[in-house]
Design a protein. Structure first.
Length: 251
């Protein structure tokens, strides 16, 4: 069996979300198939995989390798592949830079046109785009919002199922994310930046990181903490003022 034959058979039965399937199929079509497609599974080795990953950006390399490993695991479980060296291959963790974001006060001070309410809602509730798009009237009750799905199906992770206090008006979002992207682009931020705005709001409000983790639907507090460590330039001056005040009161 060739790798192309494996992919053709396996993609249909993989127990993954539709969005993940589309991502894997794209990675296969663009990067994996052209190199591995005609190779027999019994001849597959680490050199073939390294050839694909060579020079690839870390994030794309991780996605591509995840696709290859998933296909090979299925082949092993089906008895098509006895073993694989692929499981021993790893790629460097992607280097991420802090995502630029605006605070709630900064967002409310700028003109966002007819999508002002939708932008502020996302910033004050920390929902992912797909989660906000899937909201229905039944999800709003007693001042809380139930998040248990996205337009792609179930939430991204089990921890994504959560309750979030509603603190601003909800108006259904435009069907295409491009509309809000165009609204936010002149501000130098993206739709996902609004989740960072929400994280900063929680931090500024004194919400503990483990509570923030639940509200944001993160699978680990370390993910939330990584966002909590982002700070604004004014925080340094605020810290200095607090220390001066403390030192003055101690004399």
């Amino acid at each position: 069996m060739t790798f192309d034959e494996l992919a053709l058979t396996t993609f249909k039965i993989l127990p993954i979300r539709a969005k993940t399937r589309a991502t894997y199929e794209s990675a296969y079509r663009c990067h994996i198939g052209p190199v591995l497609g005609c190779i027999s599974l019994k001849d597959l080795n680490r050199g073939h995989i390294q050839q694909i990953l060579e020079g690839m950006r870390p994030q794309m390399a991780r996605t591509t390798l995840a696709c290859i490993k998933t296909l090979c695991r299925e082949a092993t479980s089906l008895g098509i592949l006895d073993s694989s060296e692929v499981s021993q291959i790893s790629v460097p963790k992607p280097h991420t830079t802090p995502r630029p974001f605006l605070t709630i006060n900064e967002l409310e001070a700028v003109e966002l046109g007819k999508y002002q309410t939708q932008v502020i809602f996302l910033a004050k509730h920390g929902l992912r785009w797909g989660e906000a798009m899937a909201l229905t009237k039944q999800d709003f009750r007693d001042g809380m919002i139930t998040i248990n799905k996205s337009i792609h199906g179930p939430t991204k992770t089990r921890s994504g199922v959560r309750l979030v206090p509603q603190i601003s008006e909800f108006i259904p979002l435009p069907r295409s994310p491009k509309t809000l992207r165009n609204t936010l682009h002149p501000l130098g931020i993206h739709i996902h930046s609004l989740r960072h705005t929400y994280a900063y709001l929680l931090k500024s409000s004194g919400v503990h990181v483990t509570t923030a983790q639940r509200l944001m639907g993160h699978s680990s507090p370390s993910i939330t903490l990584g966002i909590y460590t982002q700070f604004r330039g004014t925080e340094l001056q605020d810290a200095a003022d607090l220390m001066r005040a403390h030192l003055s009161s101690s004399h």
